[in-house]
Unconditional design. Structure first.
Length: 589
């Protein structure tokens, strides 16, 4: 074997790993976060959890990626350990699909139809189609399909290059001696473990083993312990990702490790004990790429069937390893909610966007609650409620800081067009939510001032303020519900109501001036009233910003000022009709 063969092997391995990475990324982007959503939600039933874990892993081609997501879910308290263990068991089954795909390269036949199924036959065609879609298509979905096709083609070309480069090893006596050494169960298992731990992908290490099988020098005696070691080596990624995470997240990573150690050690003991007495004749036979896929699948499927009933025992084992009595800093309520912004999710942008949206919705409802509590203070002042408004405002501030930082990190990732739009919407809206809570604090301070001075508004002013506050409650609810559900019909109702609220602000101030001239109100109370109504009007402005941002999510060409100007032209009867309806609903007495 020459230096050029070595370079070809290294180059083939590089292409193989890059192709696998490209394929996984393309599949993840094409799913648009739906796979992660399924993984998060359909795990209540153990069988469903196993099937979901297997399915997601088979699609994204990485049990390590699935397990890291599970660690993130557990760390964010989205998933319980009892659910996580079943998903992890399923992930170990799903990862075997890669070996079956790679084994297609071993098809040998003169039949034209069978030759078509050989990757070396169709990989170049897929590469051409994939590159054309990536280069010339303007649609995001087609680009993702192109990435999948090109990734698969590169993976198979890399596999073919590796196989060709290692073929001369069959004639090298030293290579045979090394492989014979790895037929020792312990040494073979350690070799598989170390290689997989280094490249952090059991699918890739199985692919390397399948490439070596093309030499004809790899026997079942060598392949079986190496495959066993690969199953343990793949746990390294999840263990690394759990560093610095919560106790439950560390337990989830350990679940993966314990499951693989338990299934591997059980198999090794039973299999080699039987072999000692029976002496399996096939052990010295050469193993093909298909044989590796069969061993890998049978082992993981059998382990799933045998160990699934004992999943609760695995959970107990990790609780013993990481006990509850271990000291862990108690998190505040907002810190627990912000756990959803897990750094592990940044590698799967669709999931990170979804979690960010959930946190933003929680933030929005805190802002809404702060406004409603502040308005209640104007009717019935309560010191505890006033303090609660301050705490809510502080909580919303923290949400904006954490969410803003997380979204900036996410913006540097490779996002689809839809994900980029959603990220832009979130960045715009969290600023509006934070400002709404600031206005709640301003209203609360106005209520403080009135309570300290024992001042009260006149009956007329109180009645007008009550109608005004009801309009603000409605526009706030419309904006937040439309943001949460992406309901465009509700979003389109915000601007007509905002127009009415602008008019209410002017009218309430005019009426106050009339009362002031008649001596029915004081200048000092007038300043307080003006502050309150101005804050009410500003809240409606932020609701308008949220609604317009949501409409822009659906129409990237929508420009906010142009949209608002178009709405308010005199011949827009639909808009005028909605304004009239709201004006009648919130008419001052």
């Amino acid at each position: 074997m020459t230096i050029f063969n070595v370079l070809s092997m290294i180059g083939g391995l590089a292409l193989f790993l890059y192709g696998m990475h490209m394929l996984g990324d393309g599949l993840a982007k094409a799913s648009g976060g739906r796979l992660e959503s399924i993984l998060e939600k359909l795990t209540s039933n153990p069988i469903k959890a196993v099937l979901v874990g297997a399915g997601v892993t088979a699609i994204i081609q990485s049990s390590s990626a699935t397990t890291v997501m599970v660690v993130g879910f557990v760390n964010s308290a989205i998933m319980k350990l009892e659910q996580a263990v079943n998903v992890i068991i399923g992930a170990n089954v799903g990862t075997t699909i890669t070996a079956w795909i790679l084994s297609l390269d071993g098809i040998e036949s003169t039949s034209f139809v069978l030759k078509l199924f050989k990757p070396s036959s169709f990989a170049p065609v897929l590469a051409i189609i994939g590159v054309c879609l990536i280069s010339f298509s303007k649609r995001e979905k087609k680009k993702d399909i192109g990435t999948i096709l090109a990734g698969f083609a590169i993976l198979m070309i890399g596999m073919d290059t590796m196989s060709g480069a290692v073929k001369p090893l069959a004639d090298v006596p030293e290579f045979g001696q090394i492989l014979t050494m790895f037929s020792n169960p312990i040494l073979g298992m350690l070799a598989g473990l170390i290689i997989t731990a280094v490249i952090q992908s059991s699918s890739a290490s199985v692919g390397i083993l399948q490439a070596l099988c093309k030499t004809g020098a790899v026997s079942y005696a060598t392949a079986i312990p190496v495959i066993m070691g690969q199953n343990i080596g793949t746990c390294v990624t999840a263990l690394i990702s759990s560093i610095g995470a919560s106790k439950d997240a560390r337990r989830a990573a350990l679940l993966h490790l314990y499951y693989n150690i338990l299934k591997t050690s059980s198999f090794m003991i039973i299999f080699y004990a039987i072999d000692h007495f029976v002496d399996f004749s096939f052990m010295e036979s050469s193993v093909s790429a298909l044989g590796v896929a069969v061993v890998h699948s049978l082992f993981n499927i059998a382990a799933c069937i045998v160990l699934l009933p004992f999943s609760k025992l695995l959970v107990k084992m990790v609780y013993i390893t990481v006990p509850d009595k271990e000291l862990e800093t108690e998190l505040s309520p907002e810190e627990q909610e912000l756990r959803a912004l897990d750094a592990r999710f940044l590698d799967t942008p669709g999931l990170a966007i979804e979690q960010s949206k959930n946190v933003a919705v929680t933030m929005a409802y805190y802002a809404q609650k702060s406004i409603e509590m502040a308005m209640d203070l104007l009717k019935n002042y309560d010191k505890e409620k006033a303090e609660a408004v301050v705490k809510l405002e502080s909580r919303v501030d923290k949400f904006e800081d954490e969410l803003g930082t997380y979204l900036v990190k996410l913006s540097s990732r490779d996002l689809s067009e839809k994900e980029s739009r959603m990220l832009s919407l979130l960045l715009h809206c969290i600023g509006d939510f934070e400002r709404i809570s600031d206005h709640a604090l301003n209203i609360k301070e106005a209520a403080d001032e009135m309570a300290d001075k024992g001042a009260v508004f006149s009956d007329k002013a109180t009645e007008e303020l009550q109608i005004f506050s009801e309009a603000v409650r409605e526009i706030l609810n419309l904006a937040i519900v439309s943001f949460e559900t992406e309901d465009l019909e509700k979003a389109e109702l915000v601007e007509p109501l905002e127009e009415v609220i602008d008019q209410l602000n002017i009218e309430v101030k005019k009426r106050h001036i009339k009362r002031l001239r008649k001596g029915k109100c004081t200048i000092e109370l007038g300043f307080v009233l003006s502050d309150i109504t101005t804050n009410f009007e500003r809240v409606s402005d932020h609701c308008s910003n949220i609604a317009v941002s949501l409409l822009q999510l659906q129409d990237d060409n929508l420009e906010s000022h142009e949209y608002l100007d178009t709405l308010k032209v005199s011949d827009n009867l639909n808009f005028k009709g909605k304004v009239l309806a709201y004006r009648e609903k919130y008419t001052l007495p």
